[in-house]
Write a protein that binds this ligand. Structure first.
Ligand code: CMP
Length: 156
């Protein structure tokens, strides 16, 4: 099983879409193992987006991400990094396919509702940043696990 970090950005909260976006992950069969709502410190968001530090949009990106509360999620599942990226859709919401979160709920490139880790390396770094305390991530077994996956082929 793999873990990935998802952020529901300030526009998701301001637009009242948290429940509907969370439902997309749950309905897919992904497991929620961490969830927190915070107005995160600027330093956390700066560190999170450090790879974009030299990009022209970086100051506006940090400003937007610190403009209101953010929901941070830890999502678990087989190949969850890739699965979640596909559910979220292309960065530019106008180009995102219908059926994806951005494709269904957004019209903006910058205010694109959701962030999802794009690789195993970034997931590791981002999970440590937003969930530094191991107690904030909960180990549990959904009763549906044996129906979501093929026990013989996928859960051994
Ligand atoms: P996210 O997937 O969180 O990663 C970087 C974020 O920067 C992106 O979503 C957008 O919210 C924002 N952004 C704004 N302008 C750009 C751009 N030109 N290219 C990529 N990301 C951008």
């Amino acid at each position: 099983m793999e873990r990935t970090l998802v952020l529901l950005k300030p526009d998701a909260l301001q637009r009242g879409l948290v429940g509907r976006i969370l439902a997309r992950f749950e309905e897919k069969g992904l497991k929620l193992v961490g969830l927190k709502l915070r107005q995160f410190p600027r330093a956390t968001l700066e560190a999170h987006y450090v790879v974009h530090k030299e990009r022209p949009f970086y100051p506006k990106l940090v400003q937007y991400m610190t403009s209101g509360p953010v929901v941070a999620l830890v999502i678990e599942g087989k190949e969850s990094i890739d699965v979640v990226r596909k559910l979220v859709g292309k960065t530019n919401s106008r180009q995102a396919e219908p059926g994806t979160i951005r494709g269904d709920f957004g019209m903006s490139f910058s205010n694109n509702l959701v962030h999802a880790s794009d690789s195993a390396e970034s997931a590791k770094h981002e999970l440590a940043l937003f969930f530094p305390d191991a107690n904030e991530v909960v180990e549990w077994t959904p009763s549906t696990l044996g129906w979501l996956y093929n026990v013989e082929e996928e859960l051994r």
